[in-house]
Write a protein that binds this ligand. Structure first.
Ligand code: ASP
Length: 340
């Protein structure tokens, strides 16, 4: 019997697989199969590795819904064949893609580990080698029953493993590019990889399914002092916009101006959905804690609690076409929020 785990590595694009174009000095994606030239250690791994690449690898600033569907389709079609999946992805929007996939898949019982790098894998000081090798090791890890240790979508970057829908990119410079503001890391890699097993997410669903019905009529509105709501009137139109995510202040607070209130109440009255998350770097929305957020409860604004912006945007996109969107938004679907 073959005890080796078999892992599918999917290259979507991003710095990890890029090289400098000698003429323009810009970073561009190269043939991913060349990865073995840069990481020959992969050949010595006690893991069977197969690779597949997007036909046209992209800088992750170009990633969109169609790419998420392509990625989900690659994984769905090979789900039975592999023990785990490593997704190589640009770090810029990695947290969005990891969040999106976490919501698109239901009943996931295998690891999908996103990773990438700040420096291309061909450069001497690259962080890509370690990120790739350890991501594969994590994807191949088994629990004491021989099942995959990680059974959710996660991001591995610079020695830390995060829940995909809990992390955010917070540095364009440091190798430590991600953090998980409201949830402890799932693991930390030192000499040994130390896992926080009691924090792992385990699905309750028996069947493995993927939801490709994504609705992008979602708007993100960050509040700021002095905001002129007149300029934003067009957004509060349910014919064009199905849902608005408010990035509010502190524990979910906002100006109490009458124009803002009437925009919200008209929009919600006509079937629009408003989700409230905080623009703070950590912590949670607590609607009603201050007078400046109590009105949200009266108007039917949904509290996004401690969700990241990435989780809120992608959760809304995936949940918007379901029959019970509001209920789903307030629920903890994939470990993305903390219910007090
Ligand atoms: N611009 C790149 C991307 O996100 C940066 C990276 O890969 O880290 O695709």
């Amino acid at each position: 019997m073959n005890q080796k785990a078999n892992i599918l590595v999917i290259y979507t694009g991003g710095t990890i697989g890029m090289m400098k174009d000698p003429e323009t000095a810009q970073l561009k994606s190269v043939d991913f199969n060349l990865i073995y030239n840069h990481v020959p250690e992969l050949k010595r791994f006690n893991v069977d590795i197969e690779t597949v690449s997007f036909e046209h690898p992209v800088d992750s600033s170009e990633i969109g819904v169609e790419n998420w569907k392509t990625l989900a389709t690659i994984i769905r079609d090979r789900y039975a064949q592999f023990d785990g999946f490593v997704v190589l992805h640009g770090s810029d929007t990695m947290a969005y893609s990891a969040s999106a996939l976490s919501f698109m898949f239901d009943g996931l019982k295998k690891p999908i580990i996103f990773t990438g790098s700040q420096l291309p894998i061909g450069t001497i000081r690259t962080d890509g080698k370690e990120n790739l090798i350890t991501a594969i090791e994590i994807a191949a890890a088994k629990n004491k029953n021989g099942a995959p240790l990680i059974q959710e979508v996660a991001v591995y970057f610079d020695y830390q493993l995060f829940r995909g829908n809990r992390c955010t990119k917070d540095s364009a410079e440091n190798f430590e590019a991600f953090r998980s503001p409201n949830f402890v890391p799932l693991g930390v890699a030192g000499v040994h990889i130390v896992y926080n097993e009691d924090k792992f997410y385990h699905t309750q669903s028996q069947e493995f399914t993927v939801n490709m019905d994504i609705n992008t009529k979602v708007v993100l509105l960050k509040l700021y002092p002095g905001i002129n709501f007149e300029l934003y009137k067009g957004l509060f139109n349910p014919t064009n916009v199905s849902a608005i995510i408010l990035e509010s202040f502190g524990a979910g607070n906002a100006p109490t101006s009458s124009i803002f209130r009437s925009l919200l109440s008209d929009f919600i009255g006509k079937g629009g959905i408003v989700l409230n998350i905080t623009q703070c770097n950590s912590g949670s929305v607590k609607q009603g804690m201050y007078a400046t957020s109590a009105v949200f409860n009266d108007l039917g604004v949904i509290s996004g609690r401690d969700m990241t912006t990435e989780a809120a945007v992608t959760k809304l996109m995936v949940a918007l076409n379901s029959a019970n969107t509001k209920e789903l938004l307030g629920s903890n679907l994939r470990g993305e929020l903390t219910l007090n």
